[in-house]
Design a protein around this ligand. Structure first.
Ligand code: USQ
Length: 399
């Protein structure tokens, strides 16, 4: 297959690029370096220094003989992407090139607008690039489980049948995004659904849970993907692991009853690969939920605490005022069938997986900068509903 990976410099994008290349596909790796620049601007640089995408591709070729083409450019520019589609006629476009951090989108109006603009314009640009440059290309789009919110019903994979006054039809399952980032993903899905119907596009929208994990499967250090533990780009489990290693209390927001789906980096790559190699039909928006486990945040913190303590670390858990508006202690039951039917075999988050992460991050302990774990008190207070700062509530240590 000829595969475009948009967002190839990212946490998922780079190992996904390696994975497609290793399986013999032709890869065009595209990135704008937005996350690199934003991390620099916000002083939230990742744990591992990573060479540029161009440099990593060169290193990969030197070490393994595998090689893909790299383009640095902005995929919200339709001419850029359409030009590349006409030139290479890809079979698949994997679209990961979005602003993906909830805290970033919550920082201020400019960043909220940037998130909406980047995510929607990149999606419409992908749609037109396919229509004008590669009409049979399958679009694989990274959506988010958070598009659904936490309804008090099981969450089907994208669609549900409704009967109103005795008449039935199939609809996109109602989405209840609770923040601007997730709302941008809802609107992405609506755009893709529209053009699947109107222009016969083949689309897979992957409703992915929170991704965790490290690039530890024998990858040389300068070819590893990044690992963020900071308060903007770090996702919760990666953050807890870094916190356990450096002796910072695990930062549970609110009561910790927020439920989420989780998936490891390796499994996320496997799922994207499976979806890409089993295309959706023309005119079809196919939706898969993509996660392997569900936990509440406090359950996750307790798991990390137990395993890290077993490895000799002293780990406390701290409840902080929640800087987000999100439901706690909700019913949460997303369905997970489609990817299994394609042959996916999930690896669950068990003690061994946590131990591996802790060991990997532990090797970089001296690089963890504790100042990046939380925003300063004023910024934190500005983000919480009632203006509480981390110091404003007595520290609660739960065991
Ligand atoms: N949380 C804490 N403490 C922390 C960080 C997070 O309690 O130090 C909580 C948050 O309040 C939230 C949960 O952990 O309830 C997950 O937060 P997160 O930052 O790990 O993940 P989230 O903001 O939900 O977004 C991430 C990715 C996003 C992806 C999404 C999948 O950044 O790109 O779409 O996971 S999902 O959450 O299933 O929608």
């Amino acid at each position: 297959m000829i595969v475009f990976i948009l967002g190839a410099d990212g946490y998922i994008g780079w190992p996904l690029t390696r994975s497609f290349l290793a399986r013999g596909h032709e890869v065009i790796a595209i990135d704008s370096y937005f996350r690199r620049r934003a991390a620099l601007e916000l002083d939230c640089e990742p744990l591992l220094p990573s060479p540029t995408l161009q440099k990593r591709m060169t290193l990969l070729k030197e070490r393994t003989g595998l090689s893909g083409r790299v383009y640095i450019g902005d995929v919200t520019d339709p001419e850029f992407l359409t030009g590349l589609c006409r030139r290479y006629e890809p079979n698949v476009i994997v679209h990961l090139a979005e602003q993906r951090a909830v805290p970033y989108a919550m920082m201020n109006a400019r960043k909220a607008a940037f998130t909406l603009k980047t995510n929607l314009l990149s999606t419409i640009s992908v749609i037109y690039a396919v229509i004008e440059g590669a009409p049979t290309c399958h679009i694989v789009k990274l959506g988010s489980l958070g598009e659904y919110g936490t309804p008090n019903t099981p969450i089907p994979e994208g669609f549900c049948e409704m009967t109103i006054h005795g008449r039935s039809d199939v609809f996109l399952f109602p989405r209840h995004a609770l923040d601007v980032y997730h709302l941008s993903k809802v609107m992405d899905t609506d755009l893709l659904f529209l053009f699947a119907k109107s222009d016969g596009l083949a689309v897979t929208d992957l409703m992915q849970g929170v991704v965790y994990g490290v690039d530890d499967s024998g990858t040389p250090p300068d070819l590893r993907t990044n690992f963020q533990y900071d308060h903007v780009f770090g996702t919760v489990l990666n953050r807890f692991v870094a916190q356990a290693i450096c002796g910072h209390p695990l930062t549970v927001y609110g009561g910790g009853g927020q439920m989420r789906g989780f998936i490891s980096l390796q499994d996320a790559i496997e799922c994207i690969y499976l979806a890409a190699s089993h295309p959706a039909g023309r005119g079809q928006l196919r939706v898969y939920n993509q996660f392997t486990d569900t936990f509440s945040v406090i359950q996750l913190a307790r798991k990390v605490q137990a395993v890290a303590q077993g490895m000799g670390n002293d780990v406390r858990i701290q409840r902080l005022p929640n800087p987000r508006r999100e439901g706690e202690d909700s019913f949460y039951q997303p369905e997970f069938r489609g990817l299994r039917e394609l042959g996916f075999q999930p690896r669950l988050l068990d003690e061994r997986a946590l131990e591996r992460m802790l060991r990997f991050v532990g090797a970089y302990k001296t690089r963890i900068d504790q100042r990046k774990i939380l925003p300063d008190s004023a910024e934190f207070a500005a983000r919480t509903r009632d203006g509480e700062s981390p110091g404003a509530r007595d520290e609660v240590v739960v065991c």
